[in-house]
Design a protein around this ligand. Sequence first.
Ligand SMILES: Nc1ncnc2c1ncn2[C@@H]1O[C@H](COP(=O)(O)OP(=O)(O)OP(=O)(O)O)[C@@H](O)[C@H]1O
Ligand SMILES: [Mg+2]
Length: 325
Amino acid sequence: MAILSVDNLSIGYQTKKGMLKAVNDISFSIEQGRSLGFVGESGCGKTTIGMTLMGLLPDNASILSGNINFMEKDLCDFSEDQWRNIRGKDVAMIFQAAMNALNPVFRVGEQIAEAIVTHNPAFSKNEVNDRLKKLYNMVEIPEHRISDFPHEYSGGMKQRAIIAMALACSPKLIIADEPTTALDVIVQDQILKEIKKIQQALNMSLIFISHDIAVVAEVCEDICVMYAGQIIEKGSKREVFTSPKHPYTKTLLSSYLSLDSDENILIPDMMETPDLIDANPGCQFSCNCNCRSTECSKNAPGWIDISKTHKAFCCEQGLSRTNNG
Ligand SMILES: Nc1ncnc2c1ncn2[C@@H]1O[C@H](COP(=O)(O)OP(=O)(O)OP(=O)(O)O)[C@@H](O)[C@H]1O
Ligand SMILES: [Mg+2]
C-alpha cells in the first residue's frame, strides 16, 4: 500500500503578473521502502512539490486543487500544529543547497542534536548522544568530528551532516532535493550510494529530486520526468532510462546515451521556456518539440500507456515519431 499518494495536484504562486501554475495536475504515489525520482529542468516545479509535502510553501503559494494522502491523512487540510507534528518526524527533507545552511557559530553535532531533541523531548542527554553517534556512523563521518564547527568540515562532510540531520528522527519518507549538486563527482557518487544504502537499510521511502537524470537513475527505482509543472513520463528506472518515449525525456537523455532514434531527436539550439502564467492550451513542450504537429499547441496531450507501469503524456504521433529505435 502506498505511504504517499498524490492525486491531480496543482500548486500556484500569486505573482504581480498573475497566478503562476508551478505544478499542474500531477499524480503519483510511493510505497513504503521505495524510491521515486523527480527529474526535469530548472523551474519545472520539483522543489515546489517537496515544499508542499513538508507544509512549507510560502505565503504567496496555494494548493489550487488535488489531494495529498500521507499515511492515511489528508495533508491538504493540515493545520500548522499538525504539520509541526509530522515535519521532521514522519517526513523530512534535505533542502536544496542545505549544506550552506549549517549555522557557523554552533558545532555541527549540537545542531544535529537539536533536531533529535525537538522530536524526542523526553530523551536523556545520554540517549541524545547515543543517537548522534549512530547517525554519524550511518553517514560515515568519524565520531570525533561531532564537536567540530561547520567551517572545519569539507563540502561532502557538510552534506553528510545535513543528511544525518534529516535522518535524526528516522522519518518514514525523506525528500532529497538536489542533495549532491554542489559536490565533485567522486564525493557525489559516494553520497548517492550512502543515501541509497541508508534508505534501504531503514526501509524508508525516498523522493529524490535532481535535474540530472543519470543521478536519479543511480538512486531511484521509479522515475517521474517533469516539464513545465507537469509529469510528462513515468515508469520504472529501466523503462524511463533505457527506453524513454516522450520527446523531452529523449532530449534529456541524449546527452548521456547514444540513442538509435537520434535523427528525430535533434536538441534545439535554444530551448524556449513555456509561460507558466499564460500557458498555451496544448502540450507545454510543443514549442521545443521536433516531433510536433500543428495540433500539439492547441490540444492538450493525454496519458498513453506503454506498459502497466510506464506512461507518457504525449500524442500518438509524438510517440510513434520517436519510437523507431
Ligand atoms: N515564491 C515564489 N513566488 C513566485 N514564483 C515562484 C516562487 N517559488 C518558485 N516560483 C516559480 O515556480 C516555478 C517552479 O519553481 P521550483 O523552485 O519548484 O522549480 P525547480 O524545478 O525546483 O527548479 P530548480 O531546478 O532551479 O531548483 C518556477 O517558475 C519558479 O520561478
Ligand atoms: Mg529546486
